[in-house]
Ligand binder design. Structure first.
Ligand SMILES: [Zn+2]
Length: 232
């Protein structure tokens, strides 16, 4: 539906997990079957991680107060609640596929508090991948390998100081992983407004051009090496 795409500049956001948000929830898969990882149609290199195959069984870990409506798991797999999925479709948002029901075998509270009620029903969803591409010139990246393939755009990113998408590659998806940066989920402004109505305080949306990821201090050297947040 490219004709629906407005010509004015679109705003996009990187979805980022916030530890200790009120709806901070994580999951681990239970004896998961895995299938092959996707491959780049142009160079054949692996993109992303092994695909999760049925049965979809998980253990939930509740770090916040309530179960979140969107939960990111190992390898970037994504769960959403049934009510999130229904609203997502009802609002006409696009970019998620799958919607496979997931069996929750166990839900454990990882922080002190009352025993959690029964978890909501979750569905396994996959964000779109394949159209929208990172603009490798306009994004500020420290890379460890020159780009060899214009489709998957793998460069080995060591640090990010602002991202940009290549004009004309976005086909209207509200949730997607960009070519060149499979590991990040990017959402539209429409999705941002949608997310405000859901239990997603454990996710923050950072404007694309302001997104910083600099674990080694390459852009912003740190005098002190801070300990990464620990949950143990
Ligand atoms: Zn490729």
């Amino acid at each position: 539906m490219a004709s629906d795409v407005p010509s004015r500049p679109m705003r996009f956001f990187v979805m980022k997990h916030v530890l200790w948000g009120d709806q901070d929830t994580e999951f681990s898969t239970v004896k998961a079957n895995v299938g092959p990882a996707p491959h780049c149609p142009q160079c054949g290199d692996t993109i992303g991680t092994l695909s999760w195959q049925p049965p979809y069984r998980v253990e939930l870990e509740l770090y916040g107060k309530d179960f979140g409506d969107l939960v990111e798991g190992p390898g970037g797999d994504l769960l959403v609640t049934e009510r999130f999925a229904e609203d997502f479709k009802a609002q006409g948002l696009t970019g998620l596929s799958g919607f496979h029901p997931v069996e929750v075998l166990r839900a454990r509270r990882k922080r002190r508090g009352p025993k959690p009620g029964p978890p909501p029903r979750y569905l396994f969803v996959t964000p779109a991948y394949g159209h929208t591409a990172l603009d490798m010139e306009r994004s500020r990246l420290r890379i460890s390998r020159p780009m060899k393939c214009s489709w998957c755009r793998y460069v080995g990113i060591d640090a990010i100081d602002g991202l940009a998408l290549e004009a004309g590659t976005w086909k209207g998806e509200d949730v997607f992983r960009p070519r060149g940066l499979w590991g990040r989920i990017i959402v539209s402004a429409r999705f941002m407004h949608f997310a405000e109505r859901h239990a997603m305080s454990h996710m923050t949306l950072v404007p694309l051009e302001k997104y910083v990821w600099d674990p080694l201090g390459l852009y912003y050297p740190r005098p002190l090496q801070l300990e990464p947040p620990s949950r143990s």
